[in-house]
Write a protein that binds this ligand. Structure first.
Ligand code: ZN
Length: 274
């Protein structure tokens, strides 16, 4: 039996956690597939995630075209096609998160590949695909980088699965995260906790990798500073490490979730009336 009241409360809390953990600012969003109507998903209205606080801030949309179930619903996010096309292509997805987190954004603009560089980011796999809206613009498209149509959303959803794979019709994406060039990233989960875990630790991993690259350059004497020798190369997780760490990540994700919930419940910044 699905308790919708409880689900609304968790969605509001997840919005607050993503803000509290610096995954989203005024922009970025999290959606959930409706638990009893798989052709519908739930996303907040056009508002900052930290301000989402009550069931009336949440809007139901049809997966088919991202139109609101209630024609009188408040204004929605322009980029809600990110969510609808993920739910449409992959039936096993129950939560989608889109973010412009700065640490990740650096990898979406620099061309430096984003990799899992420590054990908490094994879910990323060994490589993170990059989607570029520019590749999908038509003659009448707006070039504002936003995923503002079904075709753009579908192209992003397709990037989650390698085109040369035999599993292109899979109900589950091959990749857990996709970088969006000059824009941000999108991730998903089979449930809210998993998706939030991935969004937070993707952001953390990107910060660690960027710092490691900077330290490595200092160590290599860039800028005239030679700090000595090192015992190992800068390297990301191997395929086996990423696979086993992903499993471990899923087994331990309740611990940070409980901490993040406490953080936002005790913070005067956030209201949850759901
Ligand atoms: Zn965006």
């Amino acid at each position: 039996m699905v308790n919708l009241t409880e689900l609304y409360r968790i969605i509001v809390t997840a919005n607050h956690i993503l803000h509290n953990q610096d995954v989203v600012d005024a922009f970025g969003h999290i959606s959930v597939r409706h638990p009893t109507k798989p052709d519908v998903y739930i996303l907040s209205a056009n508002m900052a995630p930290s301000l989402v606080s009550r069931p009336s801030d949440l809007v139901e949309y049809y997966v088919a075209n991202s139109s609101a179930v209630d024609p009188n619903a408040p204004k929605g996010f322009i980029e809600r096609y990110i969510h609808s096309e993920m739910y449409k292509k992959y039936s096993n997805i129950s939560c989608v998160i889109h973010s412009h987190a700065e640490t990740v954004l650096s990898f979406a603009v620099s061309g430096v590949p984003l990799r899992p560089v420590y054990h908490m980011a094994g879910f990323m796999g060994t490589t993170v695909p990059v989607h570029d809206s520019q590749d999908y613009y038509g003659p009448t498209s707006k070039h504002d980088m936003l995923i503002s149509s079904i075709p753009l959303g579908a192209s992003l959803a397709d990037t989650f699965t390698n085109t040369n794979s035999t599993a292109t019709n899979s109900t589950t994406p091959q990749n857990t995260v996709v970088l969006m060039r000059r824009h941000g990233f999108t991730t998903w989960g089979p449930d809210i906790k998993t998706a939030v875990y991935r969004a937070v630790f993707m952001k953390t991993d990107a910060g660690v990798q960027a710092n490691a690259i900077n330290l490595r350059e200092a160590l290599d004497g860039v800028g005239g500073t030679n700090m000595g020798e090192t015992e190992f190369e800068l390297a990301s997780l191997t395929e086996e490490q990423a696979r086993d760490c992903k499993k471990m990540n899923e087994e331990v994700q309740d611990r940070p979730w409980d901490m993040w919930v406490r953080n936002v419940e005790r913070s005067p910044l956030y209201d949850n009336f759901a």
